[in-house]
Design a protein around this ligand. Structure first.
Ligand code: ADP
Ligand SMILES: Cc1ncc(COP(=O)(O)OP(=O)(O)O)c(N)n1
Length: 277
């Protein structure tokens, strides 16, 4: 029997289940990867926005990491919301001791506009976690902060992905295109090559946690031994379906449908979810 692939998410929480470690665990499960999670910050949020944030003490986050690493070794790890430099530096130390494929989703601001990363931490990321990362998955606003220039179109996105790899030290970078107009096109730069992942844009407000879900699926696929382009392709297909087959829950920006990919080809979407045709 082949060993069970397992993945670890190190991120904040979302009690309504659409983002953070809750979304990551749903994504791991959908990809048949055993999911584990370490909480960094407890976030009181829903589809309408963020009410409050409680950062866990760094030693307690470290204890959670040791509890995982001393018992069930993950084959891949991702980080999501890491709010403070102190958290980031401790996590970087732990990831240096436990080397494995590492996806960094540089969560900085929630879709509601609430900051999820302290201002000074935005620069810490470049000297700590970014050089350790196998794949970095910034959206356009996050990429603009990392590379310190505006990203207005696909050419800028290509330039940013290349800078994140060649100047900032990531092994690969995906600059996601959800915040740019037109089709949803993500640009991957890896091994001096570009790969483009394109999907029609679904006109919907229910895109809460799209970045979390996308990066979690990439993590799950890397845990199963897929190449970076293969993992990103599956992540793209997964998030495209998750947005398309929206659940329509929540009074604000609702979550995506983590079983959306299973609905493709199912007549009348027998297992729930609305078809965003
Ligand atoms: N309305 C949409 N329709 C289809 N795909 C989308 C849509 N919005 C975002 N995506 C895709 O979802 C993923 C997340 O992208 P993006 O929204 O840019 O990141 P984030 O969720 O971190 O802000 C990317 O693969 C992007 O192409
Ligand atoms: C705990 C936590 N992590 C990440 C997010 C970001 O989700 P969202 O606000 O939907 O923004 P995207 O990055 O997915 O566009 C969050 N809200 N909470």
């Amino acid at each position: 029997m082949s060993p069970i692939a397992s993945a670890l998410t190190i991120a904040g929480t979302d009690p309504t289940g659409g983002a953070g470690i809750q979304a990551d665990l749903k994504s791991f499960q959908e990809r048949e990867v055993y999911g584990m999670s370490v909480a960094t910050s407890i976030v009181a949020q829903n589809t309408l926005g963020v009410e409050d944030v409680h950062h866990l003490p760094v030693p307690f986050i470290e204890k959670q990491l040791h509890a995982v690493f001393h018992d069930i070794a993950p084959q891949a790890v991702k980080t999501g919301m890491i709010a403070t430099s102190e958290m980031m530096e401790m996590i970087a130390m732990e990831l240096k001791k436990n080397r494995m494929p590492y996806v960094m989703d540089p969560v900085m601001v929630a879709k509601s506009g609430h900051s999820l990363m302290e201002e000074k931490t935005r620069k810490t990321i470049q000297g700590s976690l970014l050089p350790l990362s196998t794949v970095v998955t910034p959206n356009v606003p996050e990429a603009e902060i990392l590379v310190d220039f505006p990203i207005k179109d696909q050419e800028d996105a290509k330039k940013a992905a290349k800078v994140i790899v060649e100047d900032l030290g990531a092994q690969a970078a995906v600059v996601k295109g959800g915040h740019l107009p037109g089709e949803a096109i993500d640009v991957l730069y890896e091994k001096k090559e570009y790969h483009f992942f394109k999907s029609p844009r679904t006109e919907t407000k229910h895109t809460h946690g799209t970045g979390c879900t996308f990066s979690a699926v990439i993590t799950a696929e890397l845990a199963k031994g897929k190449s970076i382009p293969e993992a990103v392709k599956i992540g793209k297909d997964f998030i495209t379906a998750a947005i398309h087959y929206t659940l329509g829950v929540g009074r604000g920006n609702g979550p995506t449908n983590h079983w959306g990919l299973r609905l493709q080809g199912v007549p009348n979407n027998a297992t729930g979810g609305n078809d965003n045709e």
